[in-house]
Design a protein around this ligand. Structure first.
Ligand SMILES: NC(=O)c1ccc[n+]([C@@H]2O[C@H](COP(=O)([O-])OP(=O)(O)OC[C@H]3O[C@@H](n4cnc5c(N)ncnc54)[C@H](OP(=O)(O)O)[C@@H]3O)[C@@H](O)[C@H]2O)c1
Length: 212
């Protein structure tokens, strides 16, 4: 598969790039500067682009089989930029005629009970709330693009650099927790789940939670 990877210079994006390349996919990795750092592979090409600009997305997406996103707001940036990026990505994909999208989302909108989302729980850290709310708004933009084959793939509540075990679980719209009630996944295993979904298309039109 020939994949346009937005956010390839980011913490999660770099791991998704490595996982895609390990599986012999072609990757065009995008950042604003065009520098994604540290990836040296004949199947990888770095490109510059602004994910808030639908024309940039359309130009970049052309000729690719799928768009993968690990976009996030930069430090100090208004988290609502995630919504602007979601709109530009959807519009740019339509213009380029590319219809498969896998988007790295947020866990905040996942259910932890019949009527409660993670972001609404008492223990949810206040400082994470703006980005969690913005990620939910971005989800709604993507969800409404039902002409695209989208999957909104959310990490567990906690995601950190760690080990690639190849093991993970998923849940449709729900937070994944382990037996002790902890919700965690390494960035490496999130990348495995991401590429598995990109390859299989098992969870099209789904807000999918991941974890152990
Ligand atoms: N538990 C959770 O729910 C959870 C936890 C962590 C992360 N996340 C989500 O996962 C996503 C990725 O997280 P991360 O930690 O990997 O983020 P990160 O390291 O900050 O990476 C963000 C990426 O987005 C790119 N970017 C930002 N603005 C851009 C623009 N206008 N045009 C093009 N590229 C742009 C950055 O590229 P340049 O700056 O190089 O241009 C970078 O590659 C985020 O959406 C975050 O909210 C969720």
């Amino acid at each position: 598969m020939n994949v346009l990877l937005l956010g390839a210079s980011g913490r999660i994006g770099q791991r998704i790039a490595n996982e895609l390349l390990e599986r012999d996919h072609g990757v065009t990795g995008v950042s604003r500067s065009g520098d994604v750092g540290g990836i040296d592979d004949p199947d990888f090409e770095a490109a510059a682009g602004d994910a808030t600009d639908s024309d940039d997305i359309a130009d970049l997406a052309e000729g690719h089989d799928a768009v993968a996103s690990a976009l996030g707001p930069s430090e100090g940036q208004d988290p609502d930029v995630l919504v602007t990026m979601a709109k530009a990505v959807v519009e740019g994909m339509r213009d380029a005629g590319v219809d498969r999208l896998v988007w790295t989302g947020g866990a905040g909108g996942l259910k932890v009970g019949p009527d409660t989302r993670l972001v609404e729980t008492e223990d949810f850290p206040e400082e994470w709330e703006p980005v969690a709310r913005a990620a939910i708004d971005a989800y709604e933009v993507i969800r409404d693009a039902d002409d695209l084959e989208w999957t909104y793939l959310a990490p567990a509540a906690l995601i950190e650099p760690g080990e690639r075990t190849g093991e993970y679980r998923t849940a449709d719209g729900e937070l994944v927790t382990d037996e002790g009630g902890d919700s965690y996944i390494s960035m490496e295993d999130f990348a495995v789940a991401f590429v598995d979904e990109l390859e299989s298309g098992d969870a099209v039109h789904t807000y999918l939670g991941t974890g152990y």
